[in-house]
Design a protein around this ligand. Structure first.
Ligand code: AMP
Length: 186
């Protein structure tokens, strides 16, 4: 099987193949077509099985679709503010690893990404958010801080990914997750 049977656009396919990804792993082959339909998914997959590249390509399609659709632009032709994709991860290390994995894709497709993680410079993160990041990756506590300070607007969100959701709950982030998800569209 190859990636081009999964329903991805040429731009996203090219990003994958340019990065040396030729054959989808099992979790990618099973997740990507289902995610492209807009379904909610709960995916269980081992570390190292390629789960990051299972949720990134379909999420990127949503960013590209919003950018290319004039109906989704505001009165001045600007895109609605706030990210289209939010990826939550339990630890700074995992969030930064996801952002790195994203970088090969977003660079080629021209999507902007912001990371928001505990222990990093919050004012720099606010600046990145205010400049219109389409994809935001972060840890629950820091993302909730940005939300409460009005730096993160989730009203135009299309995709929310809870990476290692079980781990986030085990670490006691339920309250933060609920507050963040409650700020997203129905
Ligand atoms: P993950 O499970 O998301 O941490 O991915 C594990 C590693 O596999 C990462 O280094 C990815 O870059 C790599 N990887 C993921 N999907 C593929 C693929 N389809 N082909 C080649 N390498 C991949």
């Amino acid at each position: 099987m190859s990636f081009d049977t999964l329903g991805l656009s040429d731009v996203v396919l090219k990003s994958l193949t340019d990065s040396g990804y030729e054959t989808p792993t099992e979790v990618q082959a099973r997740t990507i077509p289902a995610a492209l339909t807009g379904s909610d998914l709960r995916v269980c997959s081992n570390t190292g099985s390629g789960k990051t590249a299972a949720f990134v390509p379909p999420a990127l399609e949503r960013v590209l679709a919003a950018r290319n659709d004039p109906a989704k632009r505001g009165v001045k032709g600007q895109l609605n503010k706030g990210p289209r994709v939010l990826i939550l991860a339990p630890t700074r290390e995992l969030a930064l690893q996801v952002a790195k994995e994203l970088s090969w894709l977003y660079a080629k497709a021209g999507a902007r990404i912001a990371t928001c993680v505990g222990g990093m410079d919050a004012s720099k993160e606010r600046r990145n958010l205010s400049q219109g990041a389409q994809i935001v990756v972060g840890t629950p506590g820091r993302l909730r801080d940005h939300l409460e300070r009005g730096a993160l607007d989730l009203s135009a969100l299309k995709v929310a990914v809870l990476d290692e959701a079980d781990e986030m709950l085990d670490m006691g982030f339920r309250e933060e997750l609920e507050e963040i998800l409650n700020a997203t569209p129905e």
